[in-house]
Each structure stands twice: as C-alpha cells, then as structure tokens.
Ligand binder design. Structure first.
Ligand SMILES: Cc1cc2nc3c(=O)[nH]c(=O)nc-3n(C[C@H](O)[C@H](O)[C@H](O)COP(=O)(O)OP(=O)(O)OC[C@H]3O[C@@H](n4cnc5c(N)ncnc54)[C@H](O)[C@@H]3O)c2cc1C
Length: 463
C-alpha cells in the first residue's frame, strides 16, 4: 500500500506512525511545506536548553495521551509542573483564578466575588430567578454572548475570555459553548431534556456535581504535563517510529482522484492508494477542491486565529512572583500582552537552569496587526507589561536571550458553527474512499485531542 500524508505536524506524524504500526510494509510519504517537522510544536535551542515556543504542555489527565507517549518510549521525558497557581490581572491587580465553576463560569458569585462588582455578584446570584434560557437540544451558541446575557460583561471579560483565550486565541464571544466547553452544553441539554428550568447557574452547578469528589487526604494528580527536552522529543520520536519518507519544503497544491488512486500535486510521481490531509482547515479546503468540492466549500467557513509568543530568558528571577502564569483580563486597558507563562516557575526542570524564563503571548482572533508588529516593539511591550503587572524589571534582570515566534493562523476558531461544519465535512467525505482528514480543526486543538483524532482517522482509513 502507498500512503501520502500532507502535513508533518502532530496530526500528520501521528497518522504516519499509526499506519506504520498497522501496516509494517507500507510505503508512507509525508509532505511538509515548511523546512522542519512539528507544525505548532516547536522546540528552540536556547543557550540555556531546549525551549518550547508553541505548545508547552498537555492535559495529563487524558490517560490516552499519556499512554500514547509511553508507547513511543517517552515516559522518561515526562515532567510535571510545580503546582504554583495561575493568576489573572484585572482592575490593575493580580488575583487568584476562581476555583470551581466551569472555565471560570461560576454557579454562584462566591468564586468570582474578588473579580467583579457587587452589582455583577448580585446578578449572578439572581440568575436562577431570571427567565429560562431558550436552549434547543444539541444547539450551540457563542459562549461570550450566553454569559454576557446571564451574568453581564465582567465575568466574560475578566475571567472567561482570559481563560479561553489562553487555549483558543479568541475572545469568548468568538467561541461556541459546545465547541469549547462541551460539558456545559451537555448540562444545558440535560436541563432542557428533563424539563427543568434552563439557567446558566443550574447548568454550571450540574457540571460541578458531576465532578468526582476528592477525599481531603488524596493528593491531587497534576492536570498537565510537559517534556524535558520540549516537544521536539515527541515530533522526533513520531518521525522515527513512522519510518516514513518525510519530504520537507514540499508544498502540496492539489489532490486529484484517478481510477487507481490519488495523485498528489507537488509530491512524488505515481498514485497513492490512500491519502490523509493533516493540514489546517483553509489548506485542507484548498486540497479537497477537486476530490470533494462540497466538503471543500463547507470547510472554507473555518477561520484561524493568529498569535505571537515572545520567549525571554533573564539572568535573574529576583522579584518574579511565585506563580506559574498570568492571564490578562480582556477589558484591561493599555495591556498588549494577553498572557505570561512564568515558565521557570511553572516547570521545575526549567527553573533548575537558573535565572528566569518567561513566555509572553500576544494576539487574539482579529488582532493580526499585533501579530505583525516589529520584533523590538513586541519585546518592549512584553517587558513593559510584565513590569506593570508584577514589578519585575526585565531590563534590570539582564535579558540574555529572546525568541519571537509568530503563529499566523495558529489555531482554528471554534465558534458556534464549528462542530456542525466538522460534521458536514466528515459526512461529505464518506463518499470519498481512501481519503481522510485530521488535525486540530477536526478533533480539537489540545495535543491529546489531536492525537486521538489522528488515530481515529487512520482507523477509518484502514477499515
Ligand atoms: C502558540 C500555541 C500554543 C499552544 N499550546 C498548547 C499547549 O500548551 N497544549 C496543547 O495541548 N496544545 C497547545 N496548542 C495547540 C496544539 O499545539 C495544536 O493544536 C497542534 O499542535 C496542531 O497540530 P496539527 O498537526 O493539527 O496542525 P499543525 O501543527 O498546524 O500541522 C500542520 C502542518 O501542515 C503543514 N502544511 C500546511 N499546508 C501544507 C501544504 N499545502 N503542503 C504540505 N504541508 C502543509 C504545516 O506547515 C504544518 O506543519 C498550542 C498552539 C499554539 C499555536
């Protein structure tokens, strides 16, 4: 069998590895437009050691992901975070992130009382008495709009957008409830289905009640994990395990179907029995044009959000707060940074290098000007905002290394139409045997979701 995989990001490399595991004799060509593998996983060789400039962690409570990394022989690289808390900068001050609730959305005012006005707190507590939400089973809607309507703007701008923005590079207004917080959508469905009054506070309370109770003596398992050596250990291990021919600088411009297989324009001569497109949504739409015009047209509606990561290594960390990260409220005036990861505080293995390692992130959906800003400006803004928020003077602390990574179209926008679009594309592709799609837009943006989606795509392909 001859397989072509377009894209050597996490998804494409996982697909290649899974095909190799299922079919040791397969000929696998992976085509990658860039001059490197990894896509949104990028580990940069800082003088102080390998440092991630794209993804830097994964949800370790996803046992399937941890098991997958173990199957690649990567257990020895897995590291846990320090457990220091993250904070949110709002109203000119650092605050603890709310505990409980779902994605910062509370079931009562208590968890967010330190972040919102008395009026908003009263509104949250009275929400259960307001008119019911007109919620249709299975529907999706903007999470920003829903929370604004029920609890007011402060909860959205100070908490929900800050938390979701860290994952999706979008404001809550640009994201769907079901697409990004499916357990909340399921709770809204459950209320509607059982004929109970559908309110936001009741739905959040349902999510809270469904959470497994921990005994006080139980030590909480770390929610996240990362890799000593950075994500390079993952993409290099996948490339090796796949034993695929990986073609770099190979921009694929089209796929056509012939009687005996698929032709890949920009790839090797000859036909492929099976093809997987593991590219971002707009590229996948472009590549599907000839083989699946309807799926291609549907997929065009997926928009991408861009961002920039500025990695900074300082010789001293004196004065940096004992926190793992800072999210900046979306309504905070004059702040350009949307989040700081205090990497050397968050990850003990990075802290051991000495000094401070900080990642500043800029840019949410629609803020492309920020993403295109000059490198010097981005570094200045990062240093200024860090000093304003924490008092840490990065210029005084000797900035010894800087790396600026722009992620144009880094993440798909999971808005309220997204899941329907994915379903539509998938059902249209059922008619096209031997062709699969995979990637962050299809199965979810987190590393465990991308791996799970890629594995399912290969299962379908080999059925
Ligand atoms: C800044 C940032 C931070 C993140 N942090 C985390 C995190 O901490 N934890 C987490 O779980 N997730 C995180 N994510 C999300 C996660 O990294 C991504 O969802 C995931 O890596 C995407 O993998 P993918 O293979 O689907 O796509 P990509 O990585 O985009 O791979 C697609 C590949 O296809 C190639 N390609 C595109 N067009 C063509 C073409 N025409 N021909 C050939 N090749 C082509 C691209 O060059 C690319 O290499 C982060 C994302 C970003 C942007």
């Amino acid at each position: 069998m001859r397989y072509a995989i377009i894209g050597a990001g996490l998804s494409g490399l996982t697909c290649a590895t899974e095909i190799r595991r299922a079919d040791p004799e397969a000929t696998i060509d992976v085509y990658e437009a860039e001059d490197r593998i990894g896509g949104k996983l990028l580990t940069v060789p800082f003088e102080s050691g390998p440092t991630d400039m794209g993804a830097e962690a994964f949800l370790a409570i996803r046992a399937d992901a941890t098991a997958y990394f173990e199957s690649l022989g990567l257990s020895k690289y897995l590291v846990s975070p320090s457990g220091l808390r993250s904070t949110v900068y709002s109203g000119g001050q650092l605050h603890d992130l709310p505990t409980g609730g779902v994605m910062g959305i509370p079931s009562s005012s208590a968890p967010v009382a330190h972040l919102v006005s008395a009026d908003t707190a009263a509104r949250i507590d009275a929400e259960g008495e307001a008119e019911a939400i007109d919620w249709q089973l299975g529907q999706d809607q903007s999470i920003g709009r829903l929370v604004r309507e029920r609890y007011g703007d402060e909860v959205v701008d100070r908490v929900v957008s800050a938390l979701l923005g860290g994952v999706y590079s979008c404001l809550a207004d640009d994201l769907g409830v079901r697409a990004t917080v499916p357990q909340l959508a399921a709770a809204l469905d459950a209320l509607a289905q059982t004929g109970e009054k559908v309110t936001l506070s009741a739905a959040v309370a349902r999510c809270e009640a469904a959470r497994p109770q921990r005994k006080p003596e139980d030590k909480p398992a770390p929610v996240f994990a990362g890799f000593e050596g950075g994500y390079a250990v993952v993409y290099e291990a996948l490339a090796e395990a796949s034993e695929a021919d990986i073609h770099l600088d190979a921009f694929i411009t089209g796929i056509t179907r012939e009687l005996r297989g698929y032709r890949v324009s920009g790839g090797e001569e000859g036909l492929y029995d099976r093809v997987i497109l593991a590219t971002p949504a707009p590229t996948t739409a472009m590549l599907l044009r000839a083989v699946a015009p309807e799926a291609s047209a549907s997929l065009k509606s997926v928009k991408l959000a861009s961002s920039v990561v500025v990695g900074m290594k300082f010789n001293s960390d004196a004065g940096l707060p004992e926190k793992s990260g800072i999210l900046v409220a979306a309504d905070e005036p004059e702040m350009r940074v949307k989040a700081f990861t205090l990497s050397s505080k968050k990850w003990p293995h990075l802290g051991q290098r000495g000094g401070a390692l900080v990642r500043a992130s800029f840019g949410r959906f629609g803020q492309d000007d920020l993403v295109r800003a000059a490198e010097d400006d981005l570094v200045d803004w990062a240093l200024d905002d860090l000093q304003k928020i924490t008092g840490f003077d990065g210029r005084d602390a000797e900035l010894s290394e800087i790396y600026v990574q722009r992620w144009f179209g880094g993440l798909p926008r999971f808005d309220e139409t997204h899941l329907t679009t994915v379903d539509t594309v998938r059902s249209e592709l059922v008619e096209v045997p031997g062709l699969e799609v995979a990637g962050a837009w299809a199965g979810g943006v987190g590393v465990p979701a991308v791996i799970a989606d890629a594995r399912k795509a290969v299962e379908r392909l080999l059925e």
